[in-house]
Design a protein around this ligand. Structure first.
Ligand code: SAH
Length: 213
């Protein structure tokens, strides 16, 4: 499959709706975010191994995440689980306002080698590298230094949405996070109140507490 056929199939299956997100898929090429040995499969609608028992997410999941996030230019986003950096780079493309110099993605990864892999992949995109900060850490506690966030997204699944993410979200903001085999959407309506929606039928690597060393 080539890039355009992938986009067409994601549209046909209802995962990809917004023209801006389709444009982000064209601009931020999945081929630049997968290891060389699986590059021929970059446009297959499957997760692919990136080492350390981890995967770059399936394109349909990424499209679904991006649709649910409803990102706008200038927003500040927290991304838990950088992995390959593909989702972080796609989000940077969508929030970056080049004129106003606003829009920021903070991406947290717990495996040092993958933090470096994500950074290296994102650095290929001259226009996006200043929009993304990849940090090493346990994303279970979010990243308080840059809080509050307009949006928070995670690519690794937990038993429940960590309290730190709810605290670090702006009122009016949204969390999109895997909980077991589902995707939970939480809208923060006041300091302690959230509206919840849940979408079933997905697969994720687990959110692991603590660092590797
Ligand atoms: N968004 C990534 C998906 C990577 S898979 C992409 O576009 O490629 C999920 C990632 O979450 C893995 O790299 C894994 O190491 C990381 N992860 C798991 N638990 C974590 C935690 N507690 N803190 C930060 N990263 C974590």
């Amino acid at each position: 499959m080539d890039k355009e056929s992938l986009i067409v199939s994601l549209k046909k299956d209802g995962y990809l709706k917004s023209p801006l997100i389709a444009e982000a898929f064209r601009a931020v090429d999945r081929k630049d975010f997968v290891p060389e040995d699986v590059r021929d499969s970059a446009y297959e609608n499957i997760p692919l191994p990136i080492g350390f028992g981890q995967t770059i997410s399936q394109p349909l999941t990424v499209a679904f995440f991006l649709e649910l996030l409803e990102l706008k230019k200038g927003e500040k986003v927290l991304d838990i689980g950088s992995g390959s950096g593909w989702l972080a780079a796609l989000m940077a493309h969508l929030v970056s306002d080049e004129e106003l110099k606003t829009g920021h993605v903070v991406s947290v990864e717990r495996i040092p080698e993958l933090k470096a892999f994500a950074e290296g992949n994102i650095a290929r995109y001259e226009n996006l590298r200043s929009t993304v900060s990849v940090v090493l850490g346990d994303g279970t506690s979010g990243f308080p230094d840059e809080a509050p966030y307009d949006k928070i997204v995670a690519s690794a699944s937990a038993e429940e949405v960590p309290a730190a993410w709810k605290e670090q979200l702006k009122i009016g903001g949204r969390i999109v996070a895997p909980v077991r085999d589902s995707i939970v959407v939480l809208d923060k309506v006041s300091k302690d109140e959230f509206n919840k929606k849940q979408h079933f039928g997905f697969n994720f690597v687990p959110l692991v507490k603590g660092l590797t060393n």
